[in-house]
Every structure is written in C-alpha cells, then in structure tokens.
Ligand binder design. Structure first.
Ligand code: IVH
Length: 660
C-alpha cells in the first residue's frame, strides 16, 4: 500500500515539474536551476520505480520511453474539424470582410494569426490531463496519435483546469530539424521528406514514440473548441496561454481591412526570418455569438478564412536528365534546367530523387516545369505544365547500364532506386574517396573533386587505401599541381591517421553507418575485431539499432571486399579501436560553444567528442558547460539565466588537461 503522504508528494512533484516545463519550454523563462530541476525529476522517478502502480499517464516521465503502439486507431471527433477557405488576393480578402459586415454589421472584432504550415491536431483534456490527441483525418474521424503528441515538450500533459476541454493546433517541425531528418534519411538510403509538413505528418504516424521524440515536433495552439472560458476567441487564447499552452505571440486584434493588409506585409517579412514554415495568415471573427450567426458551409466556416502567400516558385524548361552514381551505387536522376531565378539565387539543376518521383510527376525531357525550394533547401520540381507540351517531349529512359562504368543496373522490388552493381565502378570509387576525405570523416584538405578525378584516371587510386600510398612526386606530376600544394596534401593525409576510430568507421562509407551509428558502434564494440566478429544478435542488442539494420550490418562486415579494405587501412596505421585513455576525460559532460575561439569551432567540437564529451545544439537543462569566445551570442544570456557553468577557452583547456 502506498501511503497518503507519498501519494501527495507524488502529485505535488508532477505539478511542480509541469510548471517548470512550461516556464522553460513555453515561456522561455526558467525560474529554477538545472540542478534543482533534475533533483525534482529524480525524486519523481524514484517514487515511480518503487510504486509503479502509482504512475499516471500525465507524469512528465511518460513523454518519452513509452512503448511503441502496434497500430494507429481511428476515433471520431467530438466536434467536427473544419478546414479554411483559401484566398490568394487582396480583393478576395476585401470581399470576405464585406460579406461578414453585410451579415453582422460593423460591431465585430477580428483576430489575425500566422498560418503555420504543419498538421492540424485536436487535443482533448479531461480532469486536468491530456486524454487523447487526434489528427484531422476527414474532419469527422481522425487518427489517434497520442503517443507521439506526448513527446512534444511544449505541450502540457496536465493543466490547471479540470473541465472537459478540446483545443486545436498545428504540429510542425523547424527547418533545422527537418534538414537533420532528411540528412539522416539520405545517408540511410531512405527517401527524404518533401517538406517540413510531410515530415511532421510522417512523424505523427510513427508507431514508436522514441523515434518521434528524436525529431522534436512542436505545436502552436490556435483554438479552444470545448470548455470555452470567454465569449470570444482572443481572450480564450490568452487563457490558453495562461494554462501553459504555446500560443503564437504574433496574434493580433484588428477591426478593419487596412489593419489586415498591414498584417499581411508584417507576417510576410517575419516569414523570412523565422525557423518554421508560415504559409499565410488566418483571419477570424473573434466573438463566438457572431460566429454562430455567420455559420458555416459544408466545408468551411464563414467566420474565418486564410490568405495564402504565393509559394516561391518559377517555371523553366527541363532540358536533360543526368544520372549521378553515389558511393553505395544508387543512381540519382538530376534534372538539368534552363537557368531561372528563384528566391534570390540562380537554379540550373533540380533533384528528381528516384524512379518513383519521376513516375509521380510524369515528367518528360523538354517539359516546362515548376521549381520550388522545399524548406528553402534543394530546388525540386513540383509540377509539369502539361498545357505547354508541344508533342516533341521525350520520355526519361532509365539507364540499363551504369552511365560511368557500363555495368548492369538493378532495381530491387522494394526500393525506388536503381543501382550500379559494380563495386569497382569509378564513380562509386570517386564518391567513396570524396566521402572518406570529407570534413566530418578523415578531413583530408585538398583532396577535392578535380584531384580525385585525375588520381583515378591516372590509376594512382584504385581503392580507398591507395590514398596512403600516394607520394609527393605522384601529385607534382599531375596537371596543375604545385610543389607546395602537393606537400600540403601529403601532410593532410598523414595527419588523418590520428583521427579517432568512430571517424574512420564513418569514413569507410558503409551503407547505414552514418555519423551517429559510427559513434554508437565505436563506443559499443570498442574495436574493429569485435565488430567483424559480432553476431547478428550482438548488433541487435544495441538499443538504437533495429533488427533490419542489425542484419544488414552483420552481412556487410562479412563481405570480403569490406574486410580487405579494413585490413589494408589498418596496415597503414589508421585507428581501428577507441583510445580508452583519451576518450574518457569529458565523459558524460555536455558542451556548447558561443562566440569565436582561437581555432575553428569544428576543431573544438571534435576535441570534445574525442574525449567522450557531447556537443549540444542549444542551451538546455542538459548543458553542463557553455564555452564562451569573442562576441558571444544570445546563448550566453540564456545560459546565465539558467545558472549554467560558463567557461572560456583557457578554462576548457584546463578541464581537458586536468585528468590527464
Ligand atoms: S483555424 C475552423 N488557425 O490551416 C478553423 N488554422 O487551411 C480551423 N492552420 O486545418 C483552422 N495555422 O491545419 C487555424 N492559426 C491558425 C492556423 C490554422 C495553421 C491550418 C490548420 C487548418 C488549415 C486550414
């Protein structure tokens, strides 16, 4: 039996931690130190471990680490989820307001809000805690994605209002997190998401909330649909803010057209500076009684509408498609375009991703197409302008043979790619060498594209390990290579031998071993022999590695080609085990750098990682040390407020040398 005192303490702790989470995540204004917060959380965890029967779903410990679900059930919306009518012109905005005034007169107020480009969700709270969360679905029935919604740190699981409450909002991803998700997907041969919205939708539908937690979803709440406190939307939004919900701070009141037009300009400017996608502005009548009078059509309310900014797109002609061979043999179609200006830069190429994408678009050579920048990164083709077809457009023919080595290409049933099967294909070799020498791998400066081309052409390099047989004289003999630059490259090659094991592992360019898995594998197995001798089960035992990847890794480390490559690199003196002595000095400690230091930031970050420390992306409760250089940024203020250890370069060096 759990005593009343413990029960009381348990719920008190939940309340306190919830409050601190809101201060930290929603209000950006923590009022206790990192250490104090951790103590509260630790106490809560101890109680839960001792009395598991006590654990409630709204405990802060239940955000992550909850079990995967086996399916995503559907559930009916208590209140239908409507969508909004879109307008694209100021005339339409004006007509909309005229219609409202005709029906309810002049005595109304409007609320203007940024339209967040994400995924709509409806969240139900009962007895003061989040009971379930649904996607919009068809407006009547949505998908229950509570397990993933709970991972959103800015969303309170518990609120100080015990009534039945339904709030609605938009789940979204920041561009930065979207980029990271896609980087990971590309590195692991998965099709990248087209934009942050698709990535957010995909994340909400994951079965395993631990994967969702890694992607950092966020949510803006934009409606209170049940459990209203006031007679108007604007005051209810303030109330939701008070309860700890994240409500966009750019929401404004207005009561005439000019204020709307000013707001459209204002948000357009804001849109260019913020790190999440805004695709327009939503205009809503605030008073609920007026909303009832205005009513709704079959699909849209008559009391609100969305003004959408035109997507930054351009039209141009697709003149050719080239096929690029990557280091794992994947052949990527690249569209060659007639150059066109788009969002301030000249675009002459766009990725077509893979075979499925070509089919989906139905694109042909000679077509006029629209290009857009998805999440402001790589330009992509969004649509074929079929009306401009003349009849002389040609189908895109997928190469039956590798465009570089002429080997047969294959397409596996379950993959949208075609691959070159020749492991010795010069294009694959070139891509492998460039990857091996890249900054995040062995960092061999000077070993760039044109030099690698020449080295392969002149047969100096037939495999990665040949890099370490290169001599200064070999390089000097090549076109446009001077004595000094040749010497520098040889030095850089020599220096690369001291790169730590995880960098070497990443540099090998093995499918599925990206930077993150390289660190995980290096730390887990300690040396290459343990990896080569590991069984499938040994790989599966690693928490972060799933069954499929485990069996692929197992297979790869049995391939003769791979074993040979490792053997040769080993004989050249590369590190194939973790350096226990230097790897632990900063173990368990987290760092972040602000301002400029005496050497490039990347070098410090490497030093931290080599010594077992971790580099964080933002100031957070997890941060142990902020290293401050010249002209520090806002991180310094934030770290000060949170009572985080602030050190300079000298103090960091002392820390490194202290335990030596
Ligand atoms: S109000 C009945 N407010 O836009 C009114 N929607 O095209 C429901 N959206 O389905 C929507 N930001 O997913 C509203 N501040 C905002 C919004 C917003 C984004 C999304 C939402 C909705 C879609 C309508």
């Amino acid at each position: 039996m759990v005593s009343e005192d413990i029960k009381k303490r348990y719920f008190k702790l939940i309340d306190e931690i919830t409050e601190h989470d809101i201060n930290y995540y929603v209000k950006n204004n923590p009022i206790i130190s990192d250490y104090e917060y951790d103590c509260l959380l630790k106490e809560l965890k101890e109680i839960e471990e001792k009395y598991p029967e006590l654990v409630v779903p709204f405990s802060p410990t239940q955000r992550v680490g909850i079990r995967p679900v086996s399916t995503i059930p559907t559930r009916e919306h208590e209140i239908r989820m409507l969508s909004l009518e879109n307008t694209y012109s100021k005339e339409e905005v004006s007509a909309f307001i005229d219609r409202i005034e005709k029906k309810v007169g002049n005595n109304y107020s409007l609320v203007l809000e940024p339209k967040i480009d994400g995924v709509a969700v409806s969240l139900t709270y009962d007895n003061g805690y989040l009971s379930y969360g649904l996607t919009r679905g068809d407006g009547y029935v949505g998908e229950e994605v509570t397990h993933n919604i709970k991972t959103i740190k800015t969303l309170p699981l518990k609120i100080k209002d015990e009534r039945h409450i339904v709030v609605r909002g938009e789940v979204y991803l920041r561009f930065e997190d979207f980029r990271k998700i896609n980087e990971y997907r590309i590195e692991n041969d998965l099709t990248p998401f087209a934009n942050p919205r698709n990535a957010a939708a995909g994340t909400l539908k994951l079965l395993d909330p631990r994967l969702a937690a890694e992607r950092h979803l966020d949510v803006f709440i934009y409606a209170l649909d049940a459990g209203r406190k006031f007679d108007n939307h604007y005051d209810d939004m303030d109330y939701l803010r008070e309860l700890g919900f994240k409500v966009n701070k750019n929401i404004k009141k207005a009561d005439n057209k000019d204020q709307i037009f000013d707001y459209l300009d204002e948000i357009y400017k804001l849109k260019k500076t913020i790190d999440y996608a805004i695709d327009g502005v939503v205009v809503k009548v605030s008073e609920y009684n007026l909303r009832s009078i205005l009513g709704e059509t079959a699909r849209f309310p008559r009391w609100a509408f969305a003004y959408k900014y035109p997507a930054e797109q351009a039209s141009t002609k697709l003149v050719d498609v080239r096929f690029q061979v990557g280091r794992t043999g994947i052949i990527t179609p690249v569209a060659i375009l007639e150059p066109v200006h788009l969002s301030g830069s000249k675009v002459s190429k766009a990725t077509l991703h893979n075979v499925d994408e070509i089919r989906r678009l139905g694109v042909k050579i000679g077509d006029y197409v629209f290009v857009e920048k998805a999440g402001e990164i790589i330009p992509k083709i969004t649509k074929v302008i079929t009306k401009r077809r003349k009849g002389d457009e040609r189908d895109i023919v997928l190469p039956k043979r590798c465009p570089v080595c002429n080997a047969i290409t294959i397409k596996e049933e379950d993959e949208p790619f075609i691959r070159c099967v020749n492991p010795e294909c010069p294009a694959r070799l070139k891509a492998s060498i460039l990857h091996f020498a890249s900054r995040d791998a062995m960092d061999i400066k000077g070993l760039g594209e044109s030099l690698v081309d020449k080295l392969i052409k002149e047969s100096y390099i037939k495999s990665i390990a040949d890099i370490y047989d290169l001599k200064k004289e070999d390089l000097i003999g090549l076109e446009r290579m001077g004595e000094k630059s040749s010497e520098n490259i040889i030095k850089a090659i020599e220096r690369s031998k001291s790169k730590p094991f995880h960098k070497v592992l990443y540099a090998l360019g093995i499918r599925h071993i990206g930077q993150r898995y390289a660190i995980i594998l290096a730390n887990h197995f300690k040396n290459i022999d343990n990896i080569i001798n590991a069984s499938k089960e040994d790989f599966e035992k690693i928490e972060e590695i799933g069954e499929i990847i485990a069996s692929l890794l197992y297979k790869t480390f049995r391939e003769e080609r791979v074993i040979k490559m490792i053997g040769r690199l080993r004989s050249k003196g590369l590190k194939f085990s973790i350096d226990e002595k230097t790897s632990k000095k900063l173990e368990g400690k987290t760092f972040l750098i602000t301002g400029s230091l005496s050497k490039p930031r990347k070098e410090f970050e490497e030093l931290i990682e080599q010594n077992g420390g971790e580099v964080l992306l933002n100031v957070s409760k997890k941060l142990d040390y902020l290293i401050v250089g010249k002209k520090p940024g806002s991180k310094l203020d934030r770290a000060k407020k949170m009572g985080i250890n602030i050190i300079n370069e000298e103090q960091f060096n002392e820390l490194l040398n202290k335990n030596a």
